[in-house]
Design a protein around this ligand. Structure first.
Ligand code: FA5
Length: 343
């Protein structure tokens, strides 16, 4: 009987030695000491059949072995726990001497896009829809439909990039071609804005680019007057440059509006008293506008006796320059990161 206990002890310690994780430990613990069928438990139960003397000696040995096995299991448990902690600590170890990792660069919107989105939201709140138009445009929509026939001198004021071998196609010089396109497609009443890129073959300088952005606006409905137009343009100017901003309209000729105006706002820098930015006039020019010419309404299949409209074209790039105090338009399309990172 004593041998059986000794053998069990030997087997138990061999098994404890090769345990690799806490699951195996619990399984062995149950196998040896489990209340119902544990090997040591069963062996101890069989003590009851022995004579009183032998029971005393073997019982004592059995208890000692049980204690030894329990201690062996506890030691193993502690050993496993320490190993687990060690791995955890190693995993979470911080090397405070390691040099900082390079900062991840996050992109952001271009200043043009910031102002465009801002104005889109303003116009949407006034019930306008936002349209997109083709940059490669036909001569018809860019000029003829806008009351600028082939021989008209107004074509000269917008130096045009024509497409080689396709004299009827060009890079749009303004967003106005979308006036007739929108009327033809959506009919009236109509309230729309068209932000987008325009192209002109010009000698570039601080205020002129060959590629720039405009934002066209068109409202056609019954009973539309100059007052509606001024109200909308003032709302835009105040939204961008503050509530004190005033709008000044002065006559200007555009073949597709009658009457036509040139729109200026009080200089945001000097508030109208005159400075370098506004060339001491107190005013900054930001758009062309006017009441839609009856010939243009006709091209859009709109009856000019029943409907009237107003249209405007903001130089979106110029609005951006004024908003951020940018003194050279060429910076905006330069791809210069030092410049762009400021916004
Ligand atoms: C037009 O392009 C008309 N289509 C505007 C219009 C629309 C008038 C609807 C009436 C009714 P203009 O050529 O003046 O007009 O240009 C309008 C604005 O675009 C200018 O005030 C200016 O802010 C901007 N702009 C014109 N050319 C350039 C350029 N080369 N670089 C940057 N901005 C420009």
């Amino acid at each position: 009987m004593q041998n059986k206990f000794e053998d069990l002890k030997t087997q138990a310690f061999l098994a404890i030695k090769v345990i690799k994780d806490s699951d195996e430990l619990v399984a062995l613990e149950n196998k040896l000491l489990g209340r119902k069928n544990g090997e040591l438990t069963n062996l101890m139960k069989s003590l009851k059949d022995l004579s009183a003397d032998v029971k005393k000696t073997v019982g004592q040995l059995a208890n000692e072995i049980k204690t030894e096995i329990e201690i062996g299991l506890d030691n193993k448990r502690r050993e496993l726990r320490q190993a687990e902690w060690g791995t955890l600590i190693e995993k979470e170890r911080l090397d405070i001497t390691q040099p900082a990792l390079p900062k991840k660069e996050r992109g952001h919107f271009h200043p043009n896009t910031i102002i465009q989105k801002d104005l889109e939201n303003l116009f949407i709140s006034m019930g306008f829809m936002v349209l997109d138009g083709p940059e490669l445009e036909s001569d018809y929509y860019n000029f003829t439909a806008l009351n600028i026939p082939e021989t008209h001198p107004a074509r000269d004021s917008q130096d045009t990039f024509y497409i080689k071998g396709h004299s009827n196609w060009l890079m749009r010089t303004h967003t106005s071609p979308m006036q007739v396109r929108a009327m033809q497609k959506y009919g009236v009443p109509l309230r729309t804005i068209v932000p987008g890129k325009c192209y002109r073959n010009e000698a570039t300088d601080v205020r002129h680019e060959h590629t720039f952005y405009q934002m066209e606006g068109l409202v056609v409905d019954k009973g539309i007057s100059f007052a509606h137009m001024k109200g909308v343009l003032e709302a835009v100017a105040r939204h961008l440059y503050g509530q004190d901003t005033k709008v000044r309209l002065r006559p200007k000729f555009y073949p597709f509006v009658e009457p036509g105006v040139n729109g200026e706002v009080t200089c945001y820098l000097c508030k109208g008293s005159g400075c370098r930015l506004c060339k001491n006039t107190g005013w900054l020019e930001i758009f062309g506008a006017g009441l839609v010419h009856p010939s243009v309404l006709k091209e859009g299949n709109v009856d000019s006796k029943e409907y009237q409209g107003f249209a405007f074209g903001f130089g979106l790039t110029r609005l951006v320059m004024l908003k951020y105090g940018i003194d050279d338009i060429r910076l905006l399309e330069s791809g210069n990161m030092k410049f762009l990172e400021q916004f």
